[in-house]
Design a binder for this molecule. Sequence first.
Ligand code: PLP
Length: 380
Amino acid sequence: MKQTHRCWAEINLHALRHNLLWIRQRAGHGVKVMTVVKADAYGHGLKPIAAWLMQNGTDLFGVANLEEARAIRRVGPGWPILMLGACLPHEVDLALRDHVMPTISSIEEAACFARAARRRNVTCRVHVKVDTGMGRLGVPHAAAVDLVSRMTRLKGVEVEGLYTHFASAEDNPGFTRLQRERFQKVRKGLHTARIPIPLVHASHSAGLLHEPDGTCNLVRPGLLVYGIAPPGWRVAAAGLEDQLEPALSFHCRVALVKGIRKGAPLSYGGTFVAPRKMRIATITCGYGDGYLRSGSNRAHVLIRGERCAVVGRITMDQSLVDVSALRSVSPGDETVLIGRQGSNCISANDLAEWCGTVPWEIFTSISYRVPRIYRGSHAA
Ligand SMILES: *Cc1c(COP(=O)(O)O)cnc(C)c1O
């Protein structure tokens, strides 16, 4: 089947299951796992991935918006879903209709949900977000206890969860500790006010990797589910990230091979000039597929198991690689952009570094033009 593709992504479902089990173990007994599947499950394909994670024991889903929630609803009508983004005023009714738990950062948002819920004669379960230093969503930490107490008096909403988000867990232990302390203070305040909160969570992937924590009862990993450790200078405790299995690989093919003379400029702008006689392969992917243009003259690919450098600008549909060192290469040869070939491997983190970005952006850039092919399950 894959012989027919020019540029495709393969997703190994066994790897996802392995990573989910690993996360479960790392999080510890009695801690629930919310798998974050926003942005089309980090480019892996929302519906099949959500279905597979349900089968393999995720407890909740985290999404960015209601459209993503609705896609999950079609696969798992009753599954708990938390919307991590803020609900816009005109989306409140839809969130209630689809039983999506909203993230609440202010009394206005809470009141809006309470009113809509009363109109429907239901109670809406919500998670309150506390801003402990990320500066994005969330009630300022110093005002959090007050917000939650006021919400307990609002008919129509019920605070099911309390959470915060780390800004630099992969880089900055000191700031992360400060965020944790602020969050702990809010929890203490709620405890003193005798307001019990069923679910308390803070850790995304970097939190789970670098800051194992025994005080929360839910974790919210995204990147780790897909088998990638967040890059950062904090080296994860020896070998931890090697225990993950990257689920996605990204492939294309050699379309043409030709010799060029010394001094020949390559691709738009002639940013690469051949320093010697070379053999160059044109491959069937470009930034229109999500192979980022910033990897021009920096990225590498695997062909016949060997690393080959991308030379010249990456274009919309095609890129050029130096295959001078290969003994043989022909049109149709599989080219690996992310993944393993022979004994060599290019990780999403490698590609991200070459492109001056992060693996999250590498995954979510892989475009609609790239078919996702699922392996490792008959169900998918
Ligand atoms: C995206 C997101 C996550 C998951 O982040 P990873 O770094 O991919 O694990 C967790 N929590 C919130 C609020 C998010 O927006």
